[in-house]
Design a protein around this ligand. Structure first.
Ligand code: SPV
Ligand code: MN
Length: 613
């Protein structure tokens, strides 16, 4: 039995509660050693991981790792939310009783870390001193060194965060055991993996992966699932899969903040890292706060909604990241940043990395290049030459401090006042460039009916969305009806409420399929219109589904677009919307106890569309 007290005491972790927790899991998992990790240990851990071959150098101060081939993404089917109250079961949270799941996980974890080091990672998912600090502290245990390295980049990691807690019992117990990855039957009926959040015990038990949200427990499991549950149980806040940006008008000195949710593959990270387009850069500056999670609370003193990014880093999708799509991301992973790349392509000779979309074509000279599975490109089987070099979910992990336009006040424990909440999917028709919603219930209704286009491969029904309420479908931890009510309560308690909007950068010409809006930096333009609308400087045009910009209200200086395309993205296709309303009704009917205000909003929009004929 390892001497937990000596290891924790030596690292300055004094809390008896933490010690008791670590002692229990060190005993159960059979770890051979226990080691406390703080951020300053990074250089030493990197050195050890390099020496052990767990990571490879990827140019100066950057590193590369390959995952096990069947362990490349978050696994929604194996993810469970547990509590001891069956009323916590929702449509999306995959609820199972805690007294069933805890023994299952303990059984799998028993002895599974034998011979390994258990890293004890004390962390905070918020700036220190935040009003939400008591929901932010956690101690992750992991038997994987690269997971500890990722945690140092993605969370504030250090023993002092735990020792300075006002309530020494208020930390999330987050246990990660990798398991024997090549014996877990990933994706088969005998799948051994389980990723469980026991929300009412503030305990996270993940077994059977060392990748992404399956293994970095501060991010998705704590930062979203656990935090959403805590925010609801306490009545204090919302935890959402939202990006958060700041816009400064350098002429007036005014600062604005916008947060919002986008289903995956809808460009959330690109938007979060957007820069002002050339023609507007003299006047506006866009600052980055976060690309994936925002916690929102109403401040009782000034009646505003405040947002914080609880994360400390970016775990970004590498695919399609280039100078054109996201120069900010490329600068954030430049040499010297300590970035960890996972599952991209790697060159043994030059230590370069590459992924699809990094450049239009892969490197012409394939000497030394291996794909994400480690196969030399030159030795790929002849019938396999078209396969991607990088896994589509390959990632870069870099600290926020590496993002060149990180907001100067991003570490402010109070957070920043939120002026607007936006939702956006990838919709080839129907959704205009932007439609603003000034009514709270209609805004929440819009978030609940957010979706991304079904691909033909997946659902096969043209025009049918895969609904992803508030982009939280995989992270919902309590029932959807209560979730909607909690949104109405938290935002409704603010004296000055944010404006809502739905945005869509992806409308296409039905004829030749070209995009009707250039996107990327130009997406700042509709957001500026939204802020002007909120300030009463423009009036827009009321439609049944919100207020859309009049053409002359958008600042289009320097935009490559045609009047015809603009006309389409600034108009409402009423018959198409009526079709959508029927799908929406079926979608919302799944949710027990949906607040009457949400149904009223739905009926108001439906009636307005009816009258629009
Ligand atoms: C997501 O899948 O939405 C992520 C990445 O943010 S992961 O942390 O793996 O869940
Ligand atoms: Mn995410």
């Amino acid at each position: 039995m390892v001497d937990v007290d000596a290891a924790l005491g030596g690292a300055g972790l004094r809390s008896g509660h933490v010690r008791e927790y670590v002692r229990y899991w060190a005993g159960l998992t059979g770890a051979a050693r226990v080691e406390v990790v703080s951020a300053p240990d990074d250089a030493r851990l990197i050195g050890e991981a390099l020496a052990a071959g767990e990571i490879l150098p990827a140019g100066a101060g950057r590193y590369y790792a390959r995952s096990y081939v069947k362990d490349t993404a978050r696994s929604e089917e194996r993810t469970v939310v547990s509590t001891s109250n069956p009323a916590d079961k929702g449509v999306y949270n995959n609820w199972r009783p805690a007294d069933q799941m805890r023994p299952l996980l303990e059984e799998r974890m028993r002895g599974a870390s034998a011979g390994k080091t258990m890293y004890v990672v004390p962390y905070l998912m918020a700036p220190a001193g935040s009003p939400l600090e008591r929901y932010a502290a956690g101690v992750q245990l992991t038997d994987c060194r690269t997971v500890a390295l990722h945690m140092i980049r993605m969370a504030r990691v250090g023993a002092h965060y735990l020792d300075s807690l006002a309530d020494q019992t208020s930390f999330v117990r987050a246990v990660h055991v990798t398991g024997d990855l090549d014996k877990l039957g990933q994706g088969t009926p005998g799948d051994q993996r389980y990723f469980v959040t026991i929300a009412d015990e503030r305990t996270i038990l993940h077994f059977g992966s060392s990748y992404g949200g399956n293994a970095l427990l501060g991010k998705i499991a704590h930062g979203l699932r656990q935090a959403a549950y805590d925010g609801w149980a306490s009545g204090e806040f919302l935890a959402e899969q939202f990006m958060l940006i700041g816009i400064t008008d350098q002429l007036t000195g005014k600062r604005y903040h916008i947060c919002g949710g986008f289903p995956s593959a809808s460009g959330k990270t690109n938007l979060a890292m957007m820069l002002a387009p050339g023609a507007l850069a003299g006047r506006y500056r866009v600052d980055f706060y976060g690309d994936d999670i925002a916690w929102l609370r109403a401040d009782p003193h000034d009646g505003k909604i405040y947002g914080i990014n609880p994360e400390f880093g970016v775990f970004g999708v590498a695919k399609d990241t280039s100078e054109v799509t996201n120069p900010t991301a490329l600068a954030s992973v430049a040499p010297g940043t300590g970035t960890l790349f996972t599952n991209v392509a790697y060159n043994d000779d030059t230590q370069q990395v590459w992924w699809e979309g990094r450049t239009p074509e892969p490197p012409a000279d394939v000497t030394g290049w291996r794909d994400w599975t480690g196969t030399l490109i030159s030795e790929r089987p002849a019938n396999d030459t078209g396969a991607a070099w990088a896994h589509p979910n390959s990632r870069f992990t870099t600290a926020l401090a590496n993002v060149p336009n990180l907001a100067p006040d991003s570490g402010d424990p109070k957070g920043v006042p939120v002026d607007a909440i936006i939702f956006g999917g990838r919709a080839r028709d129907r959704e205009p460039l932007i439609r603003a919603i000034t009514d709270l219930a209609e805004g929440v209704y819009d978030g609940l009916t957010l979706g991304a286009e079904a691909t033909f491969a997946a659902e096969g029904v043209e025009g049918l969305l895969r609904y992803d309420p508030m982009s939280m479908r995989p992270f919902m931890s309590y029932p959807e009806g209560a979730y909607a009510a909690h949104w109405l309560k938290v935002i409704g308690s603010a004296a000055s409420q944010p404006i809502f909007a739905h945005v869509n950068w992806f409308q296409r010409d039905p004829g030749d399929g070209h995009y009707l809006w250039p996107g990327y930096r130009d997406n700042l333009r509709p957001l500026l219109w939204l802020l002007r609308l909120k300030a009463g400087q423009v009036r827009g045009r009321q439609t049944p589904v919100g207020i859309i910009p009049a053409k002359d209200e958008l600042d289009l200086d320097g935009v490559a677009t045609t009047p015809e395309d603009l006309e389409t993205i600034l108009s409402i296709d009423t018959p198409r919307w009526k079709q959508e309303m029927r799908y929406r009704e079926q979608h919302l009917e799944q949710f027990a106890g949906l607040p009457e205000e949400i149904w009223q909003a739905h009926r108001r929009v439906a009636a307005a569309l009816h009258d629009a004929d």
